[in-house]
Design a protein around this ligand. Structure first.
Ligand code: F58
Length: 830
């Protein structure tokens, strides 16, 4: 609207010389109208939301393309070293608003829409969010792409253009129901197909041996099936620096349109069948965010995108006419988890079999090129593939993996003569009835850098998970604490607060988040605190409106908004949260005149479709919500909301409206967390365990401004070693016992007393693997403190400000700079 436009100039950095006015002689609006007619083929004399949206997308895209081509030219001209960021997942969120913001076009867009009686808010509703990731790992990749563009890095993201993203979650009768996410049904103009960037990718087949002129044994992989990988580019503009990078997403295409022979033989369906199965490779994202899927199709996806990416890298390198040993001087490949680790044997294969290099030379190149980021310590999440499967699907790669392993273990035996057990522990191939390739071992051995994503996580990798390797490769391990982009996670999602910040600090915080520390000087300013609170209230009202609209439940914007949104997993302990809510409910019912701050507990998140326990927990939350929200005794004090289909867009609505951020994983299990950072950056107070990045957040916002509780990682280990008995807690804590007995009855599911027996059993007879009961009392007591301190508005708002003030460190700009200095050795280009 008009007033938004009026204050935008206050909010943002002015455009620098890259955006010289007059670079184009048409306005954004004129171009949008042009596109409505000439690209969409529709009448542009009047606009509706759809036409305005698509017209704007195309006009914005034109501007990004101009910059992108200029940037590519510059990379070649400067002979820049390039970064390849390989990730099976990217979760960019909606594009339009962020791209307008980065390119400095927000004002023009508002003006154009205003002229047509439309607003940006309604236009962005037209956009559908690409859900090409499961959660933290994919979202991190997108935050890093944003920072790389903003820092002007010669960087390329690489992944898969899934036709179907992560499933859309519906809640029916309290249960999660999965629906396909056909995000491309209308097409996406943010994605440019490049039908000429096409590579054949081989699967199956056989390996032939031959002798070259020097009598060297050579290998040649042939036959099998070919699938084409076609590039689709997505553009990532830097924040007001004229820089645009891209993410190349490969799409599987049939090698042949039809198999002509079978077509001619009259087998029409059979000939189409092959086309269909080839396209399957990029059809759908696997929806599991914990245990890896051991499916052949998943391994095919991995190899498919990695092989196409290595081809693309080598294609660009060859244009430079440099000797092969300069490949790692001109390129670096960051592997986001082990999913792309098959890139290591693939590059070896290309260098050995196609470029005819010797083993030592090829291996030396690989070891200088690749770097690996680990995101998990859950042992069941460490990827392994059956040797038999790789042998069949990628026969040449299996030979290469054997050879890498043979040479590696030979070295290990040589250097650790008195440790005969070590080779089998570090081997790339696990023994047992079914031999499997350990992808993390392959990634460690084939890289020059292995990093964890928070201090605690990296320490655990060194102490436990990869302990043997730290002695073999003492310099290879390092930490890079995660970060989030302040453009999306403050400037874009929290306009009221951004305005307040820019008014007091200037707008440099958008690219230098450490500026936020200056807020500490403002905490004693009464007027500033008042404005701060008003911003928060505005955001809470907006969320309350959404809840009213979508869930049909009225929530009080003055109540404490307590939010836990993330994937559903036992280690993340949504259970702990709901147990506490049930006990609160019991207390209010017992004590109807209770004086307590009203609370709204909000949940969101998806469960992997095959993860029954996670689905049971979602059902429990919804059943408790139904009971609590309809109870006249508690209605004014307590509301429980489950928001369906949690995704990036919903996060952008929730994050700025949250008072209390729930980060309550069992200590030692959450590698880092990034949601924790988004909430604290926007002024929420964290209730959290000493896990992942929570510890570092605590160090930076100050002990008094965070609610840390429960067992620490060492205590979890010690208790487990001593023998943990959840029944002790059941017996000794009557409040807890009452809650558990309610779950084990038909209280929340009238007539069905076994609905949650799986949960009850897991917490008691099952031994409570995530120690929910052990942390219960500390959690409940901490919540009492929160409820008490929230009422002291001055105190709370001060703490809120101190959170934002302390979060500068957690910018993804800082994280990416650490990768640049510590791993990539790249030159920013602007
Ligand atoms: C997450 N991992 C971590 N994996 O759980 C989280 O602590 C961390 O902040 C984040 O990475 C970023 O470093 C994660 O999201 C996945 O989703 C994988 C998907 C594919 C299967 C294995 C897990």
């Amino acid at each position: 609207s008009k007033d938004v436009k009026d204050y935008l100039h206050l909010l943002d950095k002015p455009l620098d010389e890259f955006e010289a006015p007059g670079a184009r002689n048409s306005t954004l609006g004129e171009d949008a109208l042009w596109h409505v007619l000439y690209s969409l083929g529709q009448d542009n004399t009047y606009l509706n939301k759809r036409k305005a949206y698509w017209g704007l997308v195309l006009a914005v895209r034109d501007r990004m393309l101009e910059k992108w081509t200029a940037v590519q030219r510059k990379y070649y001209a400067n002979d820049d070293k390039r970064l390849y960021y390989l990730s099976l997942e990217f979760l960019p969120g909606k594009f339009l608003r962020g791209n307008l913001l980065a390119l400095g076009l927000e004002n023009e867009a508002h003006e154009f829409l205003h002229e047509h009686d439309l607003s940006l808010d309604e236009i962005v509703d037209e956009e559908c969010e690409p859900g090409l990731g499961n959660g933290g790992l994919g979202r991190l990749a997108s935050c890093y792409m944003d920072s790389m563009a903003t820092l002007g890095l010669p960087a390329y993201g690489y992944g898969i253009r899934y036709s179907y993203g992560l499933f859309r979650q519906e809640i029916r009768n309290g249960h999660q129901v999965e629906q396909p996410d056909n995000w491309l049904h209308e097409g996406s103009h943010w994605l440019i197909p490049r039908p000429h960037n096409l590579f054949p990718i081989r699967f199956y087949g056989t390996v032939n041996e031959w002798l070259d002129d020097d009598g060297m044994l050579r290998h040649d992989w042939r036959g099998g099936d070919l699938v084409m990988a076609m590039a689709n580019d997505m553009y990532v503009p830097g924040y007001r620096n004229g820089h645009v990078n891209s993410i190349r997403l490969w799409e599987a295409r049939p090698h042949k349109e039809f198999v002509l022979s079978s077509f001619n033989a009259g087998d029409y369906i059979g000939s189409v069948q092959e086309k269909i199965s080839d396209e399957n490779i990029s059809m759908v994202l696997y929806p599991s965010d914990d245990a890896p899927e051991g499916k052949t199709l998943r391994l095919k996806q991995q190899y498919f995108f990695v092989a196409a990416t290595m081809r693309d890298m080598v294609r660009r390198f060859k244009k430079l006419n440099k000797p092969w040993d300069q490949l790692p001087e001109k390129n670096v490949v960051q592997l986001n988890e082990t999913h792309p680790a098959i890139a290591i044997p693939e590059l070896m294969r290309m260098l050995l079999d196609e470029e005819l290099l010797g083993w030592e030379e090829a291996w030396c190149i690989c070891q200088k090129l690749f770097a690996y980021t680990n995101h998990t310590i859950l042992p069941e999440a460490l990827e392994t593939w059956p040797v038999k499967l790789i042998e069949r699907l990628l026969p040449r790669h299996m030979q290469i993996i054997y050879e890498i392993n043979r040479r590696f273990l030979e070295e290990v035996r040589l250097h650790f003569r008195d440790e005969p057990e070590l080779p089998s522990r570090v081997s790339l191939i696990s023994a047992g009835p079914e031999q499997r390739v350990r992808m993390s071992h392959l990634a460690i051995v084939g890289s020059f850098s292995v990093n964890g994503v928070s201090s605690l996580h990296t320490q655990i990798l060194k102490d436990r998970v990869f302990h043997d390797f730290i002695r073999i490769f003492p310099d290879r391990f390092n930490n890079k604490t995660n970060g989030i982009t302040p453009r999306r996670w403050l400037r874009q999602c929290n306009v009221p607060l951004s305005w307040l910040l820019s008014e007091h600090l200037g707008c440099n915080w958008i690219t230098d988040l450490t500026q936020l520390k200056k807020l500490r000087e403002l905490v004693d300013d009464v007027e500033f605190r008042h404005d701060w609170e008003q911003c928060r209230l505005t955001n809470k009202k907006r969320l309350a409106d959404y809840i009213e609209k979508v869930n049909g439940i009225t929530v009080n914007p003055h109540s404490i908004f307590d939010v836990q949104v993330k994937r559903f997993h036992e280690y993340k302990r949504q259970l702990l949260n709901i147990l506490h809510i049930i006990s609160l409910y019991n207390n209010i019912r017992r004590n109807p005149d209770v004086k307590m701050q009203p609370c709204t507990f909000i949940f969101g998140g998806k469960a992997a479709p095959s993860y029954q326990m996670a689905k049971d927990i979602i059902y429990l939350i919804n059943c408790v919500a139904r009971r609590v929200n309809s109870d006249p005794h508690t209605r004014n004090f307590l509301k429980v909301i489950f928001l369906a289909n949690y995704n990036v867009s919903l996060a952008q609505l929730l994050v700025p409206a949250t008072d209390v951020s729930e980060q309550i994983s069992t200590a030692g299990y959450e590698a880092s967390g990034t949601g924790n950072m988004k909430f604290a950056l926007n002024g929420a107070l964290t209730i959290g365990t000493r896990d992942g990045a929570n510890i570092e957040i605590g160090e930076r916002v100050g002990d008094g401004n965070i609610y840390l509780f429960g067992l620490c990682e060492k205590e979890v280990l010690a208790l487990r070693r001593r023998g943990y008995d959840p029944w002790e807690f059941y017996k000794n804590d009557s409040e807890l016992r009452e809650v558990l007995d309610m779950i084990n009855s038909d209280q929340f599911t009238p007539g069905d007393s076994t609905a949650f027996s799986s949960i009850f059993n897991s917490l008691l007879t099952g031994g409570d693997p995530f120690m929910v009961l052990a942390d219960y009392r500390a959690y409940v007591e901490t919540h009492k403190r929160i409820s008490h301190e929230y009422v002291d508005r001055d105190l709370w708002i001060k703490k809120s400000i101190m959170n934002t003030a302390g979060m500068g460190y957690f910018s993804s700009d800082r994280a990416v700079k650490e990768y640049i200095d510590g791993i990539w050795s790249l030159e920013p280009d602007v």
